[in-house]
Design a protein around this ligand. Structure first.
Ligand code: CDP
Ligand code: MG
Length: 693
């Protein structure tokens, strides 16, 4: 591995053809002696949006639907809800809801706004995301994920608690945002029409906020709704490209971090990475390399930022670095527009992003890393110029930028729609093709997803939700396959184990193996591994950790036990953050299934039950070994290999079910468990009985 010690560096070509409008720097250097409250007040007042507060409130009063576009960091997410609250939009008892595509954004922003309002989080200002509700009856401004609001609509189709709903980050066009927009359009119509209700509802105010400057699409979709622009504040950003294409992006990012740290003036560094795994491996590498530097150069603080990071850690990223120190923030796409981190002057953009991808032909959804669009590259470089002139290091040659797509394809065009269909069916929308989407999903993708739901037994022949399976599946906050697995598990007497499996698979990578400890880790991890496969291995890890924790709690008390568990995780190459997150999810889903009346049961050590249940639930992800040692996915003929991290990568069972298909340069199946081929015909006859594979 090249390191700073060997003097490795990158040559960047500078090109300034992207002209950001130039503004004079605004300084608040005199404010050091001010109290935190005064500082916050001053920050609020200096945000670009502050100068148009009155006008925005007036526009919302006049227009039932309003589109607000404004550059990232102008203050939309944190300020607008407060303006509306102060403007009297909660007077009739209604509350203000703001949706975010990402959990991290909902949490960090709510905390910030609570601080700005000097309120305790969960009181006037709260947030609600899947598996975590921080609201109370007194909450007036509620940040939440768009998926969560969709779930609320199941219980309260008119969203009667809300006087205003703000759909934030609409430019992201996540599938949940698109569904929500369609639904809100309907809710708005219904609320203004139905006057024969006992309690007449006020019209629903709808605000669509976007960081992309083109509001036309949204305006047209909402019948010519008015759009207002909030001027941003942007300093020039010097764009630099590598002279050569990079083969190893992680390495290039690492080298560039140190190049900036050692050669550039003060200012924090923001690095865009594709996921938790990448972030954690680069975090380790930065730490290692830092130790090799002279002490005076070691003043670099590392902050990871990704969705499943515990929320107390997420907030740390916003604290300014102490004098003389530099921060490096290793973030997923969340830092592109969802959250603005003060102090950033340097951006490193490898030009990649992880997205969902779905092919109706194969019927399988996977996460793939693709090139960003031009719009995304511009947003990312813009992050360097919020407080003064900055620099953006694009880890690709300039010629590649020209070839990028202008903007990102909406997610609804590239994901499995079965979850959307399930949710809409539960809301009484049976005709998906006819639903008023801003952009219609592909017909083939809809048909394939309907087929999947039908095979899972969630839909009847009339495309209605089946009772009870479909109804139950719609109530669980999980992907349809996972919901089905839990429902079946209660019949297979292994609900306890399936709950563990689903929770452990809901988080990114339970094992954490530094690159240089691969061999050592294999021996340690072996103590958990089951020859039958990865699902059972995950159950073993979970059980072992709970046993360790419980034993420690009785001996040493809760706090010490958690600390010991962290050490235990480290020794066993387990990602403590992921494990903790999985435990939270387990508790939440357990509550859900118990409330639904599913029978709790455990198969103990009889893992045959669990494997049979996996086969019965994930039958579409069954694959058969080929003579050359690769696997053929039975449902669509796709060829894949077992992922190198799987415990069955060597034993190569004849027939397996897998949880994910990962596409890099090769196709890999991940989280794999051995099953008996004959089980498929027995347990999933709707799919396999007639096939002669
Ligand atoms: O939504 P928009 O991108 O327009 O801006 P925002 O998220 O409301 O951010 C406005 C300001 O609040 C930025 O200067 C952020 O740096 C700051 N902020 C913060 O300091 N701490 C947070 N947890 C969130 C925002
Ligand atoms: Mg925002």
């Amino acid at each position: 591995m090249p390191s700073m010690a060997t003097g490795d560096r990158r040559n960047f070509n500078s090109n300034n053809n992207i002209n950001h409008p130039q503004f004079k720097p605004h300084g608040d250097h005199k404010s050091d002696f001010l109290s935190r409250r005064q500082k916050i007040e001053q920050q609020r007042r200096s945000l670009p949006i502050a100068s148009v507060e009155k006008r925005l409130v007036e526009e919302v009063r006049k227009n039932d639907t309003l589109i607000i576009v404004g550059e990232t960091g102008s203050g939309k997410t944190t300020q607008l809800p407060q303006y509306l609250y102060n403007g009297g939009f909660c007077h009739n008892g209604g509350i203000i809801g703001i949706t975010q595509p990402r959990r991290v954004a909902a949490v960090t922003v709510a905390k910030r706004v609570a601080e700005e309002c000097d309120a305790e989080l969960g009181q006037k200002i709260g947030y609600s995301i899947r598996f975590e509700d921080m609201t109370s009856p007194s909450t007036k401004i509620k940040y939440m994920t768009d998926g969560l609001l969709l779930r609320e609509a199941l219980l309260d189709p008119k969203l009667s608690r809300y006087s205003v709903i703000v759909v934030d980050e609409a430019h992201e066009r996540t599938v949940q945002t698109d569904v929500l927009l369609g639904l809100l359009k309907d809710v708005q119509k219904n609320r203004s029409q139905n006057s024969n209700e006992v309690r007449k509802l006020n019209p629903l105010k709808l605000i669509i906020m976007s960081a992309s400057l083109d509001a036309r699409g949204f305006s047209e979709y909402f019948g010519g709704a008015k759009a207002v622009h909030v001027m941003g504040r942007q300093f020039p950003v010097d764009i630099l490209y590598t002279a050569q294409p990079e083969t190893d992006c992680l390495d290039a990012a690492l080298v560039t971090i140190f190049q900036i740290h050692l050669e550039e003036g003060p200012g924090d560094i923001l690095v865009f990475l594709s996921g938790q795994e990448e972030i954690e491996s680069i975090e380790g590498l930065v730490r290692e390399n830092l130790k090799k530097l002279p002490e005076a150069n070691q003043k670099l603080l590392i902050f990871p930022l990704f969705s499943s990071l515990p929320s107390e850690k997420q907030l740390k990223v916003f604290t300014p670095a102490p004098v003389g120190f530099r921060k490096v923030i290793l973030a997923t796409n969340i830092a592109e527009t969802s959250v603005t981190i003060p102090g950033v002057k340097y951006v490193i953009d490898p030009g990649l992003v992880k997205v969902r991808s779905y092919s109706p032909d194969s019927g399988i959804e996977s996460l793939i890393v693709v090139k960003t669009s031009k719009a995304q590259a511009l947003q990312r470089s813009g992050r360097a110029g919020r407080e003064g002139p900055g620099k953006c290091f694009r880890l690709y040659p300039e010629s590649r930028f020209e070839g990028l797509d202008d903007s990102t394809v909406p997610e609804i065009k590239r994901c499995n729609l079965s979850n959307v269909i399930l949710q809409l069916s539960a809301l009484g929308v049976d005709d998906i093709i006819g639903f008023d989407f801003m952009e219609k999903p592909d017909r083939m993708a809809v048909i394939r997803s309907l087929e999947l739901l039908y095979l899972l037994g969630a839909l009847t022949d009339e495309k209605k939700l089946s009772d009870p399976i479909g109804q139950q599946m719609a109530r669980l906050p999980l992907e349809p396959n996972d919901s089905k697995a839990l429902i079946l598990a209660s019949q297979f007497d292994c609900l306890e184990e399936m709950l563990i499996v689903v929770s452990m698979l809901s988080v990114e990578s339970i094992f954490y193996v530094p690159r240089d400890k691969l061999e050592e880790s294999r021996t340690v991890i072996k103590s958990f591994s089951s020859p039958e496969g990865d699902h059972i291995t995950l159950v073993n890890v979970y059980r072992a950790s709970i046993e360790f924790l419980e034993k420690n709690k009785t001996e040493n008390g809760n706090e010490k036990a958690e600390k010991n568990l962290r050490k235990w995780c480290k020794d066993n190459f387990i990602n403590n953050r992921s494990l903790k997150h999985a435990r939270d999810i387990y508790n939440q889903i357990r509550e859900n299934v118990e409330r639904m009346g599913l029978k709790m049961s455990s198969c103990g050590d009889d893992m045959l039950q669990l494997r049979r249940c996996l086969a019965a639930s994930y039958f579409l992800n069954a694959a058969l070994k080929q003579p050359d040692g690769t696997y053929r996915v039975l449902a669509n003929g796709q060829i894949a290999e077992i992922h190198p991290t799987s415990v069955v990568r060597r034993s190569k069972p004849e027939c397996v079910v897998f949880y994910n298909l990962v596409q890099t340069t090769r196709n890999y199946v991940r989280n794999v468990t051995r099953i008996d081929y004959l089980w498929l015909a027995e347990l999933a006859p709707q799919c396999y009985a007639l096939k002669d594979d």
